[in-house]
Design a protein around this ligand. Structure first.
Ligand code: UDP
Length: 255
């Protein structure tokens, strides 16, 4: 594990030179895996994650089938080589928790009722981890689901906020995540319905609401990049403009 830095903010800038409300650079590649129904490779700062979606497909064993809707299954896994200290392969408490909250982040948006008795399987493999892997995995999974043509009410966009040296900052990198005062991963729909909210550490109510607003602005930026990636792949003639994205954000309809 890296050493705890003496300070996280020097001359108004963070250790990697970012301002408080700045995301790390994000790079998205759609459909890198031709054997999956949908896939997405995403880099976020020094995180590298791959998401693959299979389905809707018949769910086995059959006693796990639901007669009225598809069952979503989400498996988050961190590769042994993704961190400094090798991780033991296989499920652990952390990966089970992240898989559960990630699945729940999608349950409100996926039209599972269209596909009774089936499974929609989402796999997220973290190839390199540098804090924020659950949010990176959710962003990649969202695009992989869209790439697979799974009907959804909205994309899901995620990012974390936190507190370091008494300041609320967007998108924690490893040192900030490991040694900061708070870490709050958030995921939301384009209509700003929150589908994941967790908190490690301590924030006052005032700090919490400030952090939430900052997280929402981060998610909106992520959404812009997700949308741009989809438009570039699936509709090259369609130009993405800010006004379109904003009107989408207000236009999230109910099922
Ligand atoms: N980490 C690690 N080994 C582990 C789990 C996590 O080194 O077994 C590191 C990794 O860099 C990860 C960070 O700790 O990104 C923060 O982990 P956390 O559980 O907060 O999840 P994340 O912030 O990645 O969503």
């Amino acid at each position: 594990m890296s050493e705890r830095p003496e300070r996280f903010i020097i001359d108004g800038k963070r250790l990697d030179g970012r301002s408080f409300d700045e995301l790390r650079p994000i790079k998205i590649e759609l459909s890198p895996l031709d054997r999956a129904d949908g896939s997405c490779y995403l880099e976020w700062g020094r995180n590298k994650v791959m998401a693959a979606v299979y389905g809707p497909r018949e769910l086995h064993p059959r006693h796990r089938q639901n007669m009225t809707r598809a069952v979503m299954q989400f498996r988050y896994n961190m590769a042994s080589f993704s961190v400094d200290d090798r991780i033991r392969p296989g499920h652990n408490r952390r990966s089970i928790e992240i898989s559960k909250v990630s699945r729940e982040a999608f349950e409100p948006v996926v039209f599972t009722k269209f596909f009774p008795k089936t499974a929609i399987d989402v796999f997220v493999e973290v190839l390199r981890a540098d804090a924020g892997t659950r949010t990176a995995g959710i962003n990649a999974a969202s695009l992989a689901l869209a790439d697979a043509g799974i009907p959804m009410r909205s994309l899901v966009s995620a990012c974390a906020v936190g507190k370091v040296d008494g300041e609320i900052v967007l998108d924690l990198m490893k040192e900030e995540d490991n040694y900061g005062e708070a870490d709050v991963p958030v995921a939301m729909t384009v209509g700003e319905e929150i589908t994941l909210l967790q908190m490690d550490g301590h924030l006052t109510p005032k700090e919490f609401y400030k952090a939430l607003e900052l997280a929402k602005s981060g998610c909106r930026q992520v959404y812009g990049l997700q949308r741009q990636a989809l438009v570039e792949k699936y509709n090259k003639d369609y130009s993405v403009d800010e006004d379109d994205a904003r009107s989408d954000a207000g236009g999230d309809s109910d099922e």
